[in-house]
Design a protein around this ligand. Sequence first.
Ligand code: PGA
Length: 255
Amino acid sequence: MEKARKLFIAGNWKMNKTVAEATDLVKALKRDLAGIRDVDIAVCPPFTALYPVGQLLDNTNIKLGGQDLYWEKFGAFTGEVNAAMLKDVLCTYVIVGHSERRQFFHETNETVNKKTKAALAARLKPIVCVGETLAERESGKTEAVVQEHVLKGLAGLSAEDLAEVTIAYEPVWAIGTGKTATSQQAQEVHAFIRKLLAQLSDAKTAARVRIQYGGSVKPSNAHELMSQPDVDGALVGGASLTARDFVEIIQNVRK
Ligand code: PGA
């Protein structure tokens, strides 16, 4: 399909896959997605599988991403991994501020901002996640919440840096629930996010930034979601854990 921006489909494996399982999956993806250049593709395995998966994906059309990072450069931060370490194992991308990190690990707009800046400083491309909970949507706060996530999470970025960022709009009520936002609901929020990006920089930069949708994306709904003008790809959780579904999503959005 004709799009203003090249589609970008990323798989967020979350806390799934041993090294053996991860390498099996990625070998299947390499085989089935070989030669696809009209869609950008990435997978985000857990930290423990990044190195072996990165070795398998080196110089292929499938890029590697981390699921989180810490903003300090080195030191006594037990359990944390920094941007340089992710680059070292061949990551191109890193997810920042996923709702599960906001919900379970005290991620705030301020930490999202620090992480986004640390990623950009190391030339890693951040995928910054934003989105409202069900209670927030039902009380009419969707735009207010998304606005805070975008304006605070991306505060202080230059236009050049902002152009390197991907936003993932992931309504929390749609994640892992099987409930997908309708394509109209997604388009409405994506267009709103693009307006906010123009406020942060300028209309030209805002037009370059890709905004992915995330939340129960599957082969059956991917094409319809991508048919919206401001939906530039997807961050896929559950359906990225099997080669069949992830490949089918990518095939379907190319139609
Ligand atoms: P889901 O997860 O596709 O399993 O809903 C998406 C995400 O959390 O990135």
